[in-house]
Write a protein that binds this ligand. Structure first.
Ligand code: AVJ
Length: 373
């Protein structure tokens, strides 16, 4: 319907107050996305409402090599979960969120819908910074509320994610939905991305929803949250979504859905290694497994070798020997109690302002502030 107009606004913009943090990258999108060529270059700067920044793209492959060396060659074998999210993996994750068995997404969405009004009034902030933004499906609830709260005056959304394709696609959708929205997307890992953020003049709402914090060990979580806390002023807020400890069967089914999407998602990481490192994993020779480790209060996802086999990785000049039944840990997803949430926030320099949970206590959304020393 409005596809031409739509692309003409889907270009770069640097807001005045955050102009210093991102160099002008007008040419980048034209290079990466040929379908936009000519448009971003022709549009007057004043209409530009989207800006994309790549952090350390040149190092990406080196990091993958390093992580695979550290994780796959040494035993017990493991891979960092961030490598799930190539374009296909990101789409598969989206499909997981729509399965019946994966309860977190719809539970958190319902919580956000219920409390968005109160949250937005409380934080009174027209700038959101979201870690692990993905398709922003849940954050859109808040963006919509913010837009209404400020009577459709300009507001800012800074989305951070490792998947560039999803960031770009999402920015287009959001700009179509909110003509007063200015977006800056950063393709990068959380901590380096947080470090390049400017100091904002107005109160900021930081967001880390979807329970992505669960992928990190206790110490890594503290490091990550502390990094955000250090960026925060005492007027800023931090909204964090965390999955709760619950019945083992419910948890295991959420990570081994009956439609088999999670299994595909898990196996896809091997496709990523085949593609990016010239490995020759045969996906039929591995199986998906998800177990809830009650002592550690975490789901552990594994890929299990179905047979004795060898896998060659051309880029690393390595041959891996897998025994039948041998496991690769591909993800942990930690589950929290109210007590462990308070502990984690406390150790990260944060204090809880509000705690939202549904009747079944399946999920928590916590609104926190920076702790005054
Ligand atoms: C995106 C990390 C929140 O741990 O629940 C879903 C990823 N893995 N199913 C989670 C995931 C398998 C998800 N997070």
């Amino acid at each position: 319907m409005k596809s031409d107009a739509y692309y003409s606004i889907f270009t770069f913009h640097v807001m005045n107050n955050i102009a210093h943090f991102l160099p002008s990258l007008d040419s980048v999108q034209a290079q990466c996305y040929p379908e936009f060529q000519g448009i971003s270059m022709d549009t007057p700067t004043l209409n530009k409402r989207f800006h994309l920044r790549q952090l350390s793209s040149q190092d990406k492959l080196a990091m993958l090599r390093q992580d695979v060396k550290l994780g796959l060659i040494e035993r017990p074998r493991s891979l960092p979960p961030k490598y799930f999210y190539d374009e296909i993996g990101s789409k598969l994750f989206d499909s997981i969120c729509k399965t019946h068995d994966y309860y977190p997404t719809r539970t958190e969405l319902a919580l956000l819908q219920k409390h968005a009004n109160e949250i937005v009034a409380l934080v009174n902030s027209n700038t959101c910074v979201e870690l692990g933004a993905g398709t922003s499906a849940k954050s859109e609830v808040l963006l919509s509320e913010i837009s209404a709260h400020f009577n459709k005056s300009k507001f800012n959304y800074i989305s951070i994610d490792v998947c560039e394709e999803v960031l770009v696609e999402t920015a287009a959708r959001l700009q179509n939905n909110f003509e007063n929205l200015f977006i800056q997307s950063i393709v990068g890992e959380y901590v380096p991305s947080i470090q390049v953020l400017p100091n904002f003049d107005d109160p900021v709402l930081f967001m880390f929803i979807g329970s992505s914090i669960g992928n990190f060990t206790e110490q890594e979580s503290i490091d990550l949250l502390s990094n955000v806390a250090k960026k925060m002023t005492f007027d800023d807020h931090f909204l964090i979504g965390m999955d709760r400890v619950k019945d083992k069967n419910v948890l295991e089914q959420a990570y081994d859905d009956r439609e088999g999407v999670t299994a595909k998602f898990n196996l896809n990481v091997l496709t990523v290694l085949n593609k990016d490192l010239g490995a020759n994993f045969n996906l039929d020779n591995f199986s998906h497994e998800a177990v809830y480790n009650e002592d550690e209060q975490q789901i552990e996802m594994y890929l299990i070798s179905n047979s004795d086999q060898q896998v060659h990785i051309v880029d690393l000049n390595e041959t891996l020997h897998f025994e039948r039944g041998e496991k690769i840990l591909t993800e942990i997803s930690r589950k929290y109690s109210k007590a462990s949430i308070h502990r984690l926030l406390g150790k990260s320099g944060l204090v809880e302002v509000k705690h939202y949970e549904p009747d079944n206590k399946y999920f928590s959304i916590v609104l926190a502030k920076r702790k005054k020393e």
